[in-house]
Design a protein. Structure first.
Length: 136
């Protein structure tokens, strides 16, 4: 029974590692880097859901899509970083996509990211992470 439990735990830790690296790197490479590299072009027409201006709004998104995404990949402060990403994707899904999963304004991708980071927010990083090495 103990062997089965150890195998199950290792499988969960491997699954959390894959989830963190897969979604964290995808978010960083496909979205965070693109917005960073094209900051001037993106900021000229970026949404302003909190009425703080497009540049501060873009900076908040970059905090999530660059810094928090990399923290998740490393498994460092995973629950905190994932919570910021959950907020980011709730805003994106609600504001940019009007909670639509179908049609022209579909927020399907934002909804998928939301699910992945909500899972990590609840579960934590697992043992195969910097959080795991620190005993968190």
């Amino acid at each position: 029974m103990a062997r089965l439990s150890a195998t199950y735990t290792s499988t969960i830790d491997l699954s959390l590692l894959l989830l963190r690296v897969w979604f964290g790197l995808l978010l960083f490479v496909k979205h965070g880097l693109d917005k960073t590299m094209n900051f001037n072009r993106v900021s000229a027409h970026f949404a302003d859901p909190f009425h703080i201006g497009p540049i501060p709004s873009l900076l908040l998104v970059l905090l999530a899509e660059v810094v928090c995404a990399l923290l998740v990949v490393l498994g460092l402060w995973t629950r905190f970083a994932s919570a910021i990403l959950v907020i980011n994707f709730v805003v994106a899904f609600g504001f940019a996509h009007q909670f639509q999963l179908f049609g022209q304004r579909s927020g399907e991708l934002a909804f998928v990211f939301l699910g992945a980071f909500l899972t990590l927010c609840i579960s934590g990083a697992g043992r195969w992470s910097l959080d795991g090495l620190r005993g968190r």
